[in-house]
Ligand binder design. Structure first.
Ligand code: MTE
Ligand code: MO
Length: 496
């Protein structure tokens, strides 16, 4: 049998893993804080949460939106803290890429070198051994190690569980929260008991990981911090006196990375967004972009309540239009097209080819609901206006001025979002004027909003008044691809 020593790759990957897992935990808590409530099933009906991490109560007598529910957590527990969902996501995703690559190389090396003997049990007796170990620990003694192995039975089982079950479980429940994956493989969401089920399980996985870390640290202390750290740092116990300073130095280095990431994110979020976003977007585009939405939920699955994000235009002009059922409203479609057009709502309705889809809405904050939307498929619009060859993106401009309509928002100016042309050609990309068989309600974007089912909610502009085909967007707003990207540093490619 292979000698179960501590080869260099094992030691290096152990410490890299400590860095990645702690970054994932803190950035994950940041993401949780933006909608600090957990639900079962598919949707997040207000009041139906089984856990909440906020003391805020929401008004029942006036319209509030989901940004009002957001919590600001301290940077001690979240990365970077203080309501920075965009930054939290950048760190979560960049780290998960590194974590998955480390994990894959770890699996390969484990099996290639025979080190898997550490973790894979040989016989069923390991369970009774583990039980005995547990009793031994409870009587404040240390149990025997397995013959020829560096671990006792309970440790071996726990490590196997963390490496082969818990880590993949976290990755799988994470993936189940990607709108692109959900849209393409609705059965996969069902597997986890729905979108909110997956989110809740992802959270329970986090708790399990935290519990593991706590017990692991306790065990290392119990069995001997110094010799075990010597093994995990140097691979042998010949320099015992260096083990304590070396382990403290490593821990300090990991803390330094956290502090640097936090300060960097709070001081220059734009740089973090650009640097991390470009790597993440690349990966996401390769993996998730090709996924086409194939959702068609049953009418019985429609959510009875839909949360709202964004406050409606607060102008007399809009209110008068609303009173007149948007008779005076017009949609301009132009930019780099052969046939610029203007439509009234009646003209849009008369276009024909009305499409209806029952789909799940995923807000970047983590809440979801299933709704039925009807309107003009965006492909019909493309055929009508005929984009010129140089058109590569589409900009959706709205009647909402965030500074005016949502003074608590972090940013100001006209809300707009830009999507790549290949995305809006997807079959379930819709200019919706109806929701659940009724004219679109004001809070959900009347008279016209976008539905793009393999993306996160913030790309689906509500209260649209103009659509422009463009060749690039660096000159628009802050040049990041939308109001949210400009003002709150969200990533542009939001298929997860
Ligand atoms: N004009 C405008 N459109 C918007 C928003 C906004 O603030 N302003 N919020 C977006 C976000 S973040 C989400 S999740 C969805 C919410 O849609 P709903 O309010 O109909 O549920 O709208 C999107 N469209
Ligand atoms: Mo959202």
């Amino acid at each position: 049998m292979t000698q179960l020593d501590y080869p260099a790759w094992l030691r290096i990957e152990h410490w890299v893993n400590v860095l990645f897992v702690t970054l994932l935990i803190r950035s994950g808590i940041e993401i949780l804080g933006t909608h600090p409530k957990l639900y079962r099933g598919y949707d997040s009906k207000p009041g139906s949460e089984w856990a909440r991490f906020t003391r805020k109560t929401m008004p029942t007598d006036k319209l509030y939106d989901t940004l009002d529910e957001e919590e600001s957590y301290s940077a001690i527990i979240s990365l970077p803290g203080h309501k920075n969902l965009g930054m939290g996501r950048h760190w979560h995703f960049i780290t998960v890429i590194g974590w998955i690559l480390t994990g894959i190389s770890y699996y390969i090396l484990l099996f290639a070198t025979g080190q898997w003997h550490r973790y894979i049990p040989y016989s069923w007796s390991i369970f009774s051994d583990a039980w005995n170990d547990m009793l031994t620990y409870l009587s404040f003694k240390l149990p025997p190690l397995l013959p020829g192995q560096p671990l006792d039975a309970i440790q071996k089982l726990t490590y196997a569980g963390v490496i082969f079950i818990l880590a993949p479980f976290l990755i799988l429940t994470g993936a189940a929260q990607s709108p692109a994956i959900e849209a393409r493989f609705p059965w996969y969401v069902r597997l986890w008991g729905g979108r909110q089920g997956a989110r809740s399980l992802h959270f329970l996985g986090l708790l399990a990981f935290i519990a593991f870390i706590a017990v692991h640290l306790m065990m290392v202390g119990l069995w001997g911090w110094i010799p075990l750290n010597a093994l995990m740092i140097f691979g042998h116990v010949r320099h015992l006196s260096w083990a304590l300073p070396a382990s403290l130095t490593l821990i300090a280095a990991i803390v330094m990375v956290h502090v640097a990431a936090t300060i960097w994110s709070l001081r220059s979020p734009r740089t973090v967004q650009r640097a991390l976003g470009s790597i993440i977007s690349y990966g996401r585009r390769q993996l998730l972009r090709p996924m086409t939405s194939r959702q068609n939920y049953a009418p019985s699955q429609l959510s009875t309540e839909h949360r709202v994000n964004g406050k409606p235009p607060d102008t007399d002009e809009y209110k008068v239009m609303a009173v007149h059922d948007f008779l005076d409203w017009k949609l301009d479609v132009g930019g780099l097209v052969e046939n610029p057009r203007t439509f009234t709502l009646a003209e849009l309705r008369a276009l024909g080819g009305k499409q209806t889809q029952r789909v799940m809405h995923n807000c970047i904050q983590g809440w979801s609901s299933i709704g039925e939307w009807s309107g003009v498929p965006f492909r019909t619009m493309i055929d009508l206006v005929k984009p010129l060859p140089q058109a590569r993106h589409v900009c959706f401009l709205t009647m909402q001025d965030t500074g005016r309509d949502e003074p608590s928002a972090e940013g100001a100016g006209q809300f707009y979002e830009i999507l790549d042309l290949d995305l809006v050609r997807h079959p379930q990309c819709l200019l919706a004027y109806e929701m659940n068989g009724q004219p679109l309600p004001i809070k959900h974007g009347a008279p016209l909003r976008l539905r793009i089912e393999n993306q996160v909610g913030f790309k689906m502009a509500k209260w649209i008044e103009r659509i422009e085909f463009i060749s690039g967007y660096r000159g628009i707003g802050e040049g990041m691809g939308g109001w949210r990207e400009d003002n709150v540093f969200y990533d542009k490619d939001v298929a997860i």
